[in-house]
Design a binder for this molecule. Structure first.
Ligand code: PLP
Length: 446
């Protein structure tokens, strides 16, 4: 085992280390990290572990950043990243719309008072139930993802009904942090391709349905994109298609939805999408492309998920055991792939930190693993933690606000963790822990 000798001052988190933490993060005493004015150790004591901590001000600030960067656009938060009633309230209060992909997400949002006309329904396989709920609540728009949906939606709307729709177009652009989260290319399940003509064909059929109003085109390139260029290519291709639609059908589409996918840093030093730059470049490209095509500039829609919720959340675990085996040190915590499948799914890397006490200033290379029955159940591979980390210690994983709880599973029946919100020195429970009683109550047969 190699040990890295660091000067004592590094026991206190540096500004670089804290760059992936919420802006409110502070360290009043070495090792005693607070978020939103609340000590993480206090949260662990009060709500037990594992627990997700969500900084309300950070969520709101990130919503405001989008409004400031894109004042002319509609910003829709992608609910699949993380949704609960409080989150729906915050997003709505900050002036954003909402993207949902199921009747479940839709119902939760509507139950929380989210205005249905500011909700957009997505999905490559919307069930009859999803569509029925969307129409009965009166969602603002439905994004058509396959030709068969056109007739289904038109029939469900009825001859006297009216529904605004968009079409999800595959622009044929490869971008995104990992193969499994790239959705702008031809070889994946989402959308209708421009190059094989499916998109144009579907649009012609939509225009034939009097009860469907095609408001615009939609594309979503993928996730964890930090480069502006793919979005500019998307703008050019989408405007090209809009120009052809005007020629062929005389239709002028009023909105252009460029999806989300803006990358965040999971570890200090990683790249993030520069929103101001993205906004400036997209605006310039759109203006220029539309001028060249003689089109009026459509209203822009942007759909961030991860970039709103991800960096506002922290996952807090307790160490159960530390084991030295095969030349490795495994720090095993009381959660894992059931509350965060992302390392197993996409090989994502995190930068965990010992919190709640001042650790040894000597760091040791360790792999933080979960409690589940799979060797791939890793929380953070090959990271540096104080070499005195032991059972009972608290480990905090930043950037855990998006695609953690929303992707959590029931594996090993450990129950999904609760979510506590912090703000102005107070913590409150937003989502309670899934109890054994919750799990047992579903088991109804014998
Ligand atoms: C997932 C998704 C988003 C949000 O993606 P992020 O990477 O979280 O920003 C936006 N739009 C659509 C259609 C999506 O499927």
């Amino acid at each position: 085992m190699t040990t890295v000798h660091e000067p004592a001052v590094l026991a206190t988190a540096s500004a670089e280390v804290l760059s992936v933490w919420p802006a409110s993060t502070a360290e009043p005493r070495p090792g005693d990290l607070t978020v939103g004015g609340v000590a993480l150790a206090e949260i662990a004591g009060r709500f037990d572990t594992p627990v997700y901590v969500l900084d309300e001000s950070e969520v709101r600030r990130r919503c405001q950043n989008y409004r400031d960067a894109f004042p002319e656009a509609e910003i829709h938060y992608a609910a699949k990243a993380f949704l609960c009633r409080a989150m729906a309230h915050w997003v709505e209060e900050e002036g954003l719309g909402l993207d949902v992909c199921s009747a479940g997400e839709l119902e939760l949002a509507v139950a929380a008072g989210f205005p249905p006309d500011k909700i957009v329904l997505h999905g490559n396989a919307k069930t009859p139930h999803d569509l029925k709920k969307a129409l009965s609540y009166g969602v603002g728009r439905i994004v058509i993802d396959s030709p068969s949906e056109i007739a289904r939606i038109a029939a469900a709307v009825g001859p006297d009904g009216h529904q605004k729709v968009m079409v999800r177009v595959v622009p044929g652009i490869s971008a995104g942090g990992h193969e499994k989260i790239r959705t702008g290319t031809e070889d994946q399940k989402f959308g209708l391709s421009i190059s094989d003509g499916y998109a144009q064909h579907a649009i012609a059929r939509i225009l034939d349905q009097p009860q469907l109003e095609l408001t615009g085109l939609h594309c979503h390139l993928g996730s964890q994109i930090t480069d502006v260029k793919p979005y500019l290519s998307a703008v050019r291709r989408m405007v090209g298609l809009m120009a052809r639609l005007r020629e062929q059908h005389g239709v002028v589409l009023e909105e252009l939805d460029l999806g989300g996918g803006h990358g965040v840093a999971y570890r200090p030093g990683e790249q993030t999408m520069d929103l101001t730059r993205l906004a400036r470049k997209v605006r310039a490209e759109l203006t220029e492309a539309c001028a060249a095509a003689g089109l009026t500039v459509p209203r822009l829609i942007i759909e961030p998920g991860r970039a709103i919720a991800g960096p506002a959340g922290i996952a807090l675990y307790r160490v159960v055991s530390v084991k030295h085996t095969g030349g490795h040190t495994f720090v095993a915590v009381d959660g894992g792939m059931s509350d965060n499948p992302r390392p197993a799914l996409y090989g994502v890397r995190y930068a965990p930190r010992l919190v709640g006490r001042r650790g040894s200033t000597t760091l040791a290379p360790v792999t933080v693993v979960g409690r589940h029955c799979e060797a791939g159940d890793v929380v953070a591979a090959d990271v540096q933690l104080p070499d005195d980390v032991g059972a009972g210690d608290l480990i905090a994983v930043p950037v855990a606000g998006a695609y953690h709880l929303s992707m959590a599973s029931g594996y090993n029946l450990v129950g999904r963790p609760p979510v506590a919100a912090v703000r102005d020195g107070r913590a409150r429970l937003l989502v309670r822990r899934e109890s054994l009683e919750d799990i047992r109550s579903r088991d109804v047969g014998l």
